[in-house]
Write a protein that binds this ligand. Structure first.
Ligand code: 5GP
Ligand code: MG
Length: 178
């Protein structure tokens, strides 16, 4: 897999440092509360695993599966709820954990869903923030790294279902696409 990568943007160590920094921040910001961590499958599972271990609070953990990419490289405008959560979010402080915020449409969809269901608060902790890709006016509350408007893989993020298990975030060689 390493041979398919043109450039490593964020290695394991620097991702771990961001998990530690954001984990400390969330522990302080939510002190005395018991947030519900909502991890967005599939991309955010590695980031969630690292980040929740840096949070020194009682947390509930739920997974939700939505689709926007359909395996390719372009965000589709239509968000689909593939697998919902079962627990009640009414009155809960929800922390959404995302791999990357690009257009912001997935996040807008989730925030609307959670607010409609009566969540007390909704915040977002994302590993990557592709601010240049935004089509809706929405911001993440905790950001590991800002990333250029380029397609990235690794550390949970896929291309056609592959590369999620790369222990770093990088850019694929052009030859992989052709
Ligand atoms: P948005 O709805 O913000 O456009 O996109 C959110 C989802 O699209 C992310 O959670 C991620 O699954 C996918 N996505 C956005 N940008 C990238 C990227 O550069 N690489 C990969 N692999 N997925 C991306
Ligand atoms: Mg995602």
């Amino acid at each position: 897999m390493d041979n398919d990568i043109a450039e490593v943007l964020f290695d394991r160590k620097s991702i771990q440092e961001q998990a530690e920094r954001i984990g400390r921040q969330i522990s302080a910001d939510y002190a005395g509360r018991k947030p519900l961590v909502l991890s967005v499958l599939k991309g955010a599972y590695l980031w969630t695993a690292d980040l929740i271990r840096e949070i020194d609070l009682y947390v509930d953990l739920e997974f939700i599966k939505i689709s926007s990419y359909h395996g390719g490289m372009e965000s589709s405008n239509e968000i689909q709820l593939i697998t919902d959560i079962r627990s009640d979010v009414r009155g809960r402080d929800v922390i959404i954990m995302e791999d990357i915020v690009d257009t912001g449409q997935s996040l807008e969809y989730l925030e609307t869903l959670l607010n409609d269901r009566g969540a007390h608060s909704v915040q977002v902790a994302t590993l990557l923030d592709k601010k240049g890709g935004r089509t809706v006016d929405i911001a993440a509350d905790y950001v590991g790294f800002d990333v250029r408007n380029e397609f990235v893989v690794g550390y949970g993020l896929d291309y056609q279902g592959l590369y999620r298990n790369l222990p770093y975030v990088g850019i694929l060689k052009q030859s992989v696409y052709s």
